[in-house]
Design a protein around this ligand. Structure first.
Ligand code: FAD
Length: 467
């Protein structure tokens, strides 16, 4: 790619050190290497320098300077992204939010949390739970990903089927704009009908419009009990149909997750976690119910058993203690990371209206057979969100670079034909931008470019990505 930006000089580094302190400026050598990568494939783009501000005002001052001097700035959370959004493809500044990691206030009267963007998702969940409150969005990466990154992708997770995604919990955001101004996008209210919804425009904008420097998030009261069921299926399409049966029968599970047997076994082997075995199993359904009344939950589970069996499950298992629950969830949450350790892979974040999931699953299987690649599928079936991990295995570099993109395009075209789209929660970032034309026409692109132009006329913020 051509380099349209100013390359960082010793003078720039001096300025950044005077602004942030020497320790908050990393340049050259090993110190910046971990900022060159995230969890996307095997991609690596080193920044010229890494800046680690400690306050919103420092973030704004960095942006004002970079705006004036035409320096590319790529915001970075924990670097767990799966679409390459935090990769500094033009070098320049990697702007890390890692030092802004404080929970500023848990407001138990209004059920709100005021937090900085570098707070780890799980840390907020635990702090809220200590007050009897619940922050539901729980990506499988919740032990490491930052809330700022979650907002930038509107991240979901297993609980989205009942509680929604990050966008449903964002009330108000403090944002540093590319020219260095600092604004709050909305108000700390559940309702807000005042002008364009800048808060939700920021959610999912992948660090291309502004840098989130503080946020007010909505909390809810925490359900006390959970029940976890596990059901093996011999037929993946039947398992997808079972998901619909469960929801159509009026159940409101707090998670409905599918995991292909191949992914389960990789996860079990890598994490050394006990997990049931069942002959002829192709796919597993993990179903969680939550609530405040144990008898009501047990009654619900009792009604779910026969329904799952009638839908094709070979057996239905109940986790009757917390250790078992943790083990089953660990196997589920580890699949993505474990697959990465087995082979280079591309992770597609397909999403369709839930009822079309069986058709999507069938199409993915057909396409993978025709192109000759191994696909490990798992994901948030209750949301119609199927992660398709395409493994490179023994494929040649030519097949990987030329044939697999054609297969991915076919999968995305199926999503579109079924009323879905090409990302449910991982974002477009760098690696999905070449497929955006599957779902967007020229009018869409013109509107997106127009919005980008208003916020970031010089294009310094997260350049080289989808806008
Ligand atoms: C093992 C594993 C499991 C995962 N499971 C899930 C899952 O279940 N659900 C799910 O949705 N995702 C999942 N992910 C993807 C990833 O964890 C999420 O996308 C997460 O929200 C990224 O957060 P991060 O802090 O790592 O952001 P990064 O990867 O650092 O950045 C992501 C994007 O956000 C931008 N950004 C970061 N901070 C800010 C900020 N303060 N202001 C503006 N822009 C910012 C970056 O520029 C980039 O575009 C998983 C990833 C892994 C590795």
């Amino acid at each position: 790619m051509a380099q349209p930006f100013h390359t960082i000089s010793a003078k720039d580094l001096e300025f950044f050190a005077s602004l942030l302190g020497k320790d908050a400026v990393l340049a050259g050598g090993a110190s910046i290497q971990s900022y060159a990568r995230d969890y996307t494939e095997d991609l690596s783009f080193p920044p010229d320098c890494v800046l680690i501000p400690g306050t919103a005002e420092e973030v704004a001052a960095v942006l004002a300077y970079c705006h004036e001097h035409n320096i590319a700035v790529t915001p970075r959370g924990a670097g767990t992204g799966l679409s390459g959004g935090s990769l500094p493809v033009f070098g320049g500044v990697s702007l890390s939010l890692q030092r802004m990691n404080r929970i500023l206030h848990i407001d138990t009267k209004n059920f709100q949390a005021r937090v900085q963007p570098g707070v780890i998702n799980e840390v907020l969940r635990e702090e809220a739970a200590m007050h009897g409150l619940f922050y539901p969005p729980d990506p499988a990466s919740r032990g490491s990903c930052f809330l700022g990154g979650n907002i930038a992708h509107s991240s979901g997770g297993p609980r989205a089927v009942k509680y929604g995604t990050t966008k449903d919990y964002v009330l108000n955001l403090q944002v540093a704009l590319p020219d260095g101004s600092l604004i709050w996008t909305g108000a700390n209210t559940v309702k807000n009908s005042t002008g364009y919804n800048l808060t939700q425009l920021m959610v999912g904008s992948e660090g291309t419009l502004g840098v989130v420097t503080e946020m007010v998030l909505r909390l809810i009261s925490k359900p006390v009990y959970t029940i976890l069921l596990l059901a093996p299926f011999a037929n993946p399409v039947q398992a997808c149909k079972a998901v619909n049966e469960v929801l159509l029968a009026g159940f409101q599970p707090s998670a409905l997750e599918l995991m292909e047997e191949s992914g389960v076994r990789m996860s079990v082997a890598a994490t050394q976690t006990p997990f049931p075995e069942h002959p002829d199993t192709e796919i597993w359904l993990l179903a969680e119910l939550d609530g405040n009344h144990p008898e009501a939950l047990l009654d619900e589970a009792g009604r779910l058993f026969p329904l799952l069996e009638a839908s094709g499950a070979s057996e239905v298992l109940l986790a009757d203690n917390e250790t078992l629950k943790e083990q089953w969830w660990k196997v589920r949450r580890s699949i993505g990371e474990v697959v990465k350790s087995v082979s280079i892979y591309k992770e597609e974040d397909t999403v369709v209206p839930r009822y079309a999931l069986p058709e999507l699953m069938a199409a993915v299987k057909e396409i993978s057979t025709r192109y000759g690649f191994r696909a490990v599928c798992y994901g948030h079936a209750g949301d119609g969100n199927l992660h398709v991990n395409i493994l490179k295995d023994q494929l040649s570099d030519r097949q990987w670079k030329e044939e697999i993109p054609k297969a991915i395009r076919e999968i995305f075209e199926q999503c579109k034909a079924l009323g879905g789209t090409i990302s449910g929660e991982h974002g477009i970032g760098l690696v999905q931008k070449d497929y955006l034309d599957v779902v967007f026409g020229e009018t869409h692109f013109a509107l997106m470019r127009g919005i980008k132009q208003v916020f970031d006329p010089k294009g310094i913020l997260n350049p080289g990505k989808w806008v």
